[in-house]
Design a protein around this ligand. Structure first.
Ligand SMILES: [Zn+2]
Ligand SMILES: [Zn+2]
Length: 278
């Protein structure tokens, strides 16, 4: 479902296969994903730092020159007002001025829904949210949200038989309600996010550049302690730590040793030297 490469300062990219979305496009993404890059439909960029965008040129160029299917459109979403990303996209378009596929780039702001699919009452969309990275670079995190139906609160504790009877009598649409379920929340580079942005998320992918809080010199990135508090307070099911500094390579398990048992959510981490899949 997820394929991730992430090493703070060098390269970060996250591929979410069910919706064919690439979050960020750090160096080496085409090399690692190889012919799977043709499957990408959307790219959501969190911010304009080089370790998150440098692989975009190769994706565009490889798709354009491949022998395979190059008709599929590719759409890049990025934080509105991020001129570093706009300059980079304009450069890529100039360098590949004979593009043979539709290449769209759309700025997005916090709270704006980007629909992935919609059929009847069902919808799945991406919602950007504000994060706290550097002041020079407009940055966003993203959640993938799905609309689902559940029993209205007043019926939830009734026995199944009664619910069935009520459903016959009142109609199932009258005893149920829509709600928004977060499937995946991605922080991008940031100091800890507001837990509300990850509330009840099935998966929270949060950057965790520093495993030891005392290693952090500026508040542009998150520390393990802070990320655990966010995951706990947001009541997520699964936490994946990424954007880990390579200074912890080979020692990450040691930092997480007692933490895994102390929390009631699954914890995984993306080793800076290894492509992670789940
Ligand atoms: Zn970064
Ligand atoms: Zn950054």
């Amino acid at each position: 479902m997820l394929q991730i490469y992430s090493k703070a300062l060098y390269s970060t990219w996250v591929y979410y296969a069910p919706e064919r979305i690439l979050f960020d496009a750090g160096e080496g993404v085409s090399l690692t994903m190889s012919n799977k890059i043709y499957a990408i439909r959307y790219i959501f960029l969190t911010h304009g730092h080089i370790d998150h965008i440098s692989g975009l040129w190769t994706i565009v160029n490889t798709r354009n020159n491949s022998m395979g299917d190059r008709e599929k459109p590719l759409t890049v979403y990025y934080p509105k007002g991020n001129t570093a990303i706009e300059d980079w996209i304009n450069f890529i378009k100039q360098a590949n001025n004979d593009l043979r596929f539709e290449f769209n780039h759309i700025p997005v702001s916090a709270g704006e829904k980007v629909f992935l699919r919609q059929a009847g009452n069902f919808a799945r969309y991406v919602v950007p949210f504000k994060v706290k990275h550097t002041s020079q670079d407009m940055s966003l995190g993203y959640s993938i949200i799905e609309t689902r139906r559940r029993l209205k609160e007043e019926y939830r504790n009734l026995p199944e038989k009664e619910i069935l009877e009520l459903s016959k009598k009142l109609g199932s649409s009258n005893i149920t309600e829509f709600y928004e379920k977060k499937i995946l929340t991605i922080s991008g580079d940031t100091f800890g996010i507001d837990p509300e942005n990850a509330r009840d998320s099935e998966i929270l992918l949060h950057e965790c550049t520093f495993l030891r809080s005392s290693d952090r010199k500026m508040n542009a990135h998150a520390s393990l302690e802070e990320v655990l508090d966010i995951a706990k307070s947001a009541e997520v099911k699964k936490l994946i730590l990424y954007h880990i500094s390579s200074r912890y390579s080979g020692k990450i398990d040691r930092y997480l040793k007692n933490i895994k048992e102390a929390n009631n959510f699954d914890i995984h981490y993306v080793d800076p030297e290894v492509v992670f899949t789940i």
